[in-house]
Design a protein around this ligand. Structure first.
Ligand code: ADP
Length: 402
């Protein structure tokens, strides 16, 4: 089955056309700067040269129109007719408490997704726009929503409730939801395969370390706790997001710096994290380069980042009453041996023994990086959210095709 995977942001759309039979992407690309005169469409047909087209793209509908046009183009395309797209899979950030799994999009489901906009005003409206655009341009192609929050809906109430007045949960659905669920679920399942063990027998901590970072306690294949909360701001230190802070800091700083809600939101989401601490960058490659060059703030930022991961790993081992496997994934988790080493440092008391040689090997495949005698297996597992969305979409759509 050919599944078009769509991930819509405010001014960006990322896409991949994936053949779910051989799990290969026929093409991948993105449209950036939607709404601007100099929008950019980048398109990479498999095994051929990348193409970049610049021009005015007014909105998400036009962006998807151009995406379809290039997928069909005689020169750069990979299909001859839209009928070769069997289904569309959308990444939807927030599914609230309504969605604990992926769903086929119907009018009723769309209404429920719109109700979740309130919970994720920065993300869900764009996801909805992308879905509406595809419905208009491909009215006969079945579409599926895959939610970032769904995997974490198995958390017990004592893990997802905040100690706030109960009415905030009832009136405004304030609770922990967790994000990056597609990635945590994917790497947990692939790791169980790699270790040759049933996932039901494993207590895992999965560390998704990209620009956004989150960590999850996955017990028997089910998420039982995760570091992102009501929004993707809580938990680990991220590229530009603070992660955990004393909530009273923000009340204090709003007064001291005379900030409005918008400015305070930007402070925590865009100017904090590794960027704020180091003053250098939110990009881990640049942080590592500065650490190498002896920059003291970059060194401290890296320590804070890894110390937070280590604390969460130990906390989640406690939450699950044991630990068999630690998994590192996403840009930083897959590529930075330094971050992996510092995050596991001091955990030998729990049976975590990293093998420095294995940890140092660069590879794009899933692999064990702990010693043979390590009680806890440490694994690097590449994430592939697009393929996960494509396979979920194919699974749901297959019965419709008879
Ligand atoms: P996103 O969350 O946007 O999907 P990614 O998963 O691609 O992000 O992760 C981006 C992060 O990965 C950046 O901080 C980047 O510096 C980091 N990264 C990518 N390659 C390396 C590398 N070789 N060493 C260290 N960090 C890396």
């Amino acid at each position: 089955m050919n599944v078009l995977v769509i991930n819509c942001g405010s001014s960006t759309i990322k896409y991949q056309l994936i053949n779910t039979d051989d799990q290969q992407a026929l093409a991948a690309g993105s449209v950036e700067r939607i709404g601007m005169a100099d929008a950019v469409l980048s398109h990479q047909p498999q095994g051929r040269e990348k193409v970049r087209v610049t021009g005015e793209i007014l909105d998400h509908i036009q962006a998807i129109e151009y995406t379809l046009a290039i997928l069909l183009s005689p020169q750069y395309g990979v299909i001859r007719d839209t009928s070769e797209i069997d289904a569309v899979g959308h990444r939807v950030v927030h599914g609230g408490e309504k969605f604990s799994g992926s769903v086929i999009l119907t009018d009723e489901v769309m209404a429920q997704i719109r109700e979740c906009i309130e919970l994720a005003p920065l993300h869900n409206p764009h996801n909805v726009r992308g879905i509406e655009a595809c419905q208009r341009l491909m009215p006969n192609v079945p579409e599926v929503a895959v939610f970032d929050t769904a995997f974490h809906q198995t958390m017990p109430d004592y893990a997802y409730m905040y100690a706030l007045p109960w009415k905030l949960y009832e009136r405004h659905a304030i609770r922990r939801y967790g994000f990056h669920g597609t990635s945590h679920g994917w790497v947990a399942a692939r790791t169980a395969e790699l270790l040759g063990k049933p996932i039901s027998s494993l207590k895992m901590v999965t560390c998704h370390l990209g620009n956004g970072c989150s960590i999850a306690a996955v017990d028997g294949g089910k998420s039982v706790d995760t570091s992102m909360g009501f929004t993707p701001l809580e938990g680990l230190v991220m590229g530009t997001r603070s992660g955990d802070i004393d909530p009273a800091i923000i009340l204090h700083v709003i007064g001291k710096e005379d900030l409005n809600v918008h400015e305070a939101t930007a402070l925590l989401n865009k100017h904090s994290g590794m960027l704020g601490l180091s003053g250098v960058s939110g990009d881990m490659r640049e942080i590592e380069a500065q650490v190498e060059a002896g920059d003291t703030k970059a060194k401290l930022a890296l320590r804070v980042y890894c110390y937070r991961i280590r604390k969460y790993i130990a906390a989640y081992a406690g939450a699950m009453g044991g630990l068999d496997t630690i998994v590192f994934t996403a840009g930083v988790g897959e590529n930075s041996s330094l971050v992996r080493r510092l995050s596991c440092e001091g955990l030998t008391f729990m049976g975590v023994e990293l093998d420095d040689t294995l940890n140092g090997i660069r590879s794009k495949t899933g692999r064990v990086i702990s010693t043979n005698t390590s009680k806890v297996k440490v694994v690097v597992m590449p994430t592939n959210e697009e393929l996960a969305i494509a396979l979920e979409t194919a699974r749901l759509v297959a019965p419709l095709r008879g």
